[in-house]
Design a protein around this ligand. Structure first.
Ligand code: MOS
Length: 734
């Protein structure tokens, strides 16, 4: 189905099943521990051996000597795979560094060997017997130092500089100006389920049970890496314990499981041990961001500039931190620029809301600082600079943009009018109390997505698509979509996901999963409805599907009867025309945060959080709320604690486990509230939905930073905002 004109009324609008806060259909499996995750699939293939990865002990250089004789002779060892004996391996499209390194080492903990043994313990013990001598080379690990050598990225259209009007003049002439620089650190996805895979060969056919957000990207890249035809690879990933972008691509576990299984001539399972994950896989790159804003005295932005520096391995890409600044506020004179430095740290890549998440950590604090200079309320300053068209291309309107309503609704619900404009004015015992606000913005991306729907002689509807559920609620919203379309209750729908044997979906990434994958199911259901009507001799356009029955012209049949013994099956994909070129499609929100800062110790506690989101039709408000509060929690981590510390002598992330890399725990997270504006976006898809999973993190950290400023009068421009950065500037204890 081609979607190239705005949606009109369709069966989804009935809202009998879609739009309801249904419990997750996979909930019982998850809460009883019976959803099978990749490493636990002891039953899928017999005789599984265990692989253990050896990570490089230097960040850059060469292996001078790798001696695996002791490892091979150790008890239980079946095989040792290294770059020397693995045969030729290509680099996948989505990987910057090789997943099996050697002799050249590109980053610390790059995999250099896999030891396969009868048991996990034997593999681990033998892995420690692999002797490696290195020849270390000089590398660059410090973004601040490498900043001046950074160059314009050549990775893609979106990475190029943009310029509208005359920024230099607009900024120089502006009566009120702000020029501030912010830094965000390297961050780790730190998802609960480690990267893990089981691989089994049957002749030249390979099956992998793994944990991957994007099945078709994974199959394509695995085939390319191993140099085998794509149709010889099957990838299965029905349950994923979190990804946040860290599982968009193949990692060493799956490639080495495949190579290990080949060498051992039996199935092999491999997990990345937690201490290996952080340096072995991708991370969100650190940024240095300079924001300049010029405005008239009454608060109209006349010039806005955003420059961002980040680093990556050679061949890598920048963190697109200027993305939102191209679209979020009005103003005739504008520039954005990104510069990319070569750093020999582990590979940087997408982490929840890549671009906007770190970008708004700078822009939305700059907006707060500017509002203060203008003596304007920060909510009003944002509202004053709303735009209903793409400010760089005024002929392109937003498909929907209700940012101002998010800000106004949030201000009212949060009690914003109680916030003193001057900082340091509210005291609650030992706590200095403050409130902060930030806009939320994240683009809505459209991508082809296919599904197959079957109807059987019991009236059961089964959906099959290679779409994944990374903890987001995909099973449930896909089930709700099929139930609404076919006129059955949700318990008559079976959803099967995450298998490359199924039609290719959009996958889970960039908050595009929900809208695109349900639209693919919509398209397949439209075809199935036609097939049902045709079989009964009904007019497909006039046939009603409700209560498990099909009705036309006074005649009625149950779906089970309509399907007959043979059943019916339909497959289709949603494909998009140019509606996303004619209209800018984005999602909007506003975050409000209240913090308390201990006046003596500078301990920071978040006290209340509110998000208001405008993101098209909300397919399941319960699942969507969970996405947003999870994202708000991640935003709190970004504001207050998350930071990969670099050992600048040797070039690796020191705090590479969950003891050293701090993320929020329950005690860090207070009352959270989420409001969804009631809206549908007919330009986004037949579902009229968009994404919320990433919108929820966008702006949160800035709202926390702004609340800390309001509480204390101390402006911290370097994340995370830890107490040591406040302590010597707090008001005198009284
Ligand atoms: Mo997302 S960072 O595209 O999983």
């Amino acid at each position: 189905m081609k979607f190239d004109t705005p949606a009109t009324t369709n069966p989804i609008d009935q809202g009998k099943v879609i739009g309801k806060p249904t419990d997750r259909i996979d909930g019982p499996l998850k809460t009883t521990g019976t959803a099978p995750y990749a490493y636990e699939r002891h039953d899928v293939v017999p005789n599984q051996a265990y692989g253990y990865i050896v990570g490089a002990g230097i960040a850059k250089g060469r292996i001078a000597l790798l001696d695996d004789r002791a490892a091979r002779a150790a008890p239980g060892v079946i095989a040792v795979v290294t770059a020397k004996n693995a045969g030729p391996l290509a680099k996948g499209k989505f990987n910057t560094a090789k997943l099996l390194g050697g002799p050249d080492i590109q980053h610390y903990h790059q995999a250099i060997a896999l030891v396969v043994a009868e048991t996990f313990e034997q593999a681990r013990a033998a892995a420690h017997l692999v002797r490696v001598d290195y020849k270390r080379s000089k590398g660059a690990w410090d973004l601040a130092q490498a900043k001046d050598s950074a160059t314009m990225p050549t990775t893609g259209e979106a990475d190029k500089d943009t310029a509208t009007g005359d920024f230099a003049k607009g900024f120089k002439d502006a009566p009120v100006q702000l020029d501030a620089t912010y830094t965000t650190p390297d961050q780790s996805h730190a998802m609960m389920e480690p990267h893990a895979s089981i691989a089994a060969w049957d002749g030249d056919k390979l099956t992998v049970w793994t944990s991957n957000q994007m099945i078709d990207w994974g199959v394509t890249d695995l085939a390319k890496t191993l140099g085998i035809p794509k149709q010889n690879v099957r990838m299965v990933s029905p349950y994923i314990g979190g990804g946040f972008g860290g599982k968009l691509w193949l990692r060493a576990d799956v490639v080495l499981a495949a190579l290990g299984a080949k060498a051992a001539r039996r199935p092999v399972k491999v997990a990345l041990a937690r201490p290996l994950m952080i340096n072995n896989t991708t991370h969100r790159p650190a940024t240095i961001q300079r924001v300049r804003i010029g405005a008239t005295k009454d608060g109209a932005i006349t010039a806005i500039g955003h420059e961002s520096w980040s680093g990556d391995l050679p061949g890598g890409a920048p963190e697109v931190a200027v993305q939102q600044t191209r679209l979020l506020y009005a103003g005739p004179n504008r520039i954005t620029k990104m510069r990319l430095a070569v750093l020999d740290l582990p590979e940087g890549n997408a982490m929840r809301a890549p671009g906007e998440a770190p970008g708004l950590m700078a822009l939305e604090v700059a907006m707060d600082e500017m509002a203060e200079k203008l003596a304007m309320d920060p909510v009003e300053f944002r509202i004053r600079n709303d735009t209903q068209v793409d400010p760089e291309k005024p002929e392109r309107p937003f498909s929907q943009r209700r940012l101002n309503e998010c800000l106004r609704t949030g201000a009212e619900r949060f009690g914003w009018n109680k916030r003193p404009a001057a900082p340091g004015k509210t005291r609650d015992g030992r706590w200095l109390v403050g409130m902060g606000v930030a806009s939320a913005f994240r683009n809505n991306l459209l991508t082809k997505s296919a599904a197959r729907v079957r109807l059987d002689d019991k009236g059961i509807v089964t959906v099959e698509t290679d779409m994944t559920d990374i903890g987001t609620g995909t099973y449930t919203i896909i089930g709700q979509t099929a139930a609404e379309m076919m006129g059955v209750p949700l318990d008559r729908v079976v959803v099967r996901l995450g298998d490359s044997a199924f039609p290719i979906s959009a996958g889970s990434g960039g908050q595009w999963g929900a809208n695109n994958s349900t639209s693919g199911v919509y398209a397949a259901c439209v075809k199935l409805r036609e097939a049902v009507a045709k079989k009964l001799g009904f007019d497909p356009l006039q046939t009603e599907f409700a209560d498990g029955r099909v009705r036309f012209d006074g005649r009625s049949k149950s779906l089970a009867e309509a399907a007959g013994d043979a059943g019916l099956v339909a497959e289709d994909a949603i494909e998009y025309g140019d509606l996303d070129k004619k209209y800018q499609q984005s999602t909007f929100g506003a975050h409000f945060v209240e913090v308390g800062v201990d006046v003596a110790t500078a301990e920071i506690r978040i006290r209340r959080m509110l998000a208001v989101c405008a993101a098209g039709r909300i397919l399941n408000p319960k699942a969507a709320r969970s996405q947003v509060i999870g994202a708000m929690t991640m935003g709190a981590g970004a504001a207050l604690m998350e930071e990969l510390a670099i050992d600048k002598r040797f070039g690796f992330f020191v705090n590479h486990d969950l003891a050293g890399y701090e993320v929020p725990v329950h005690a860090d997270i207070p009352h959270q509230e989420v409001i969804f504006l009631d809206e549908t976006d007919p330009i986004s898809s037949p579902m009229k939905a968009k994404g919320v999973g990433e919108l929820g993190i966008c702006g949160v950290a800035a709202a926390v930073a702004n609340a800390i400023y309001n509480a204390t009068g101390v402006r911290v421009r370097n994340y995370p905002i830890t107490l040591d950065k406040l302590l010597d500037r707090l008001p005198t204890v009284s």
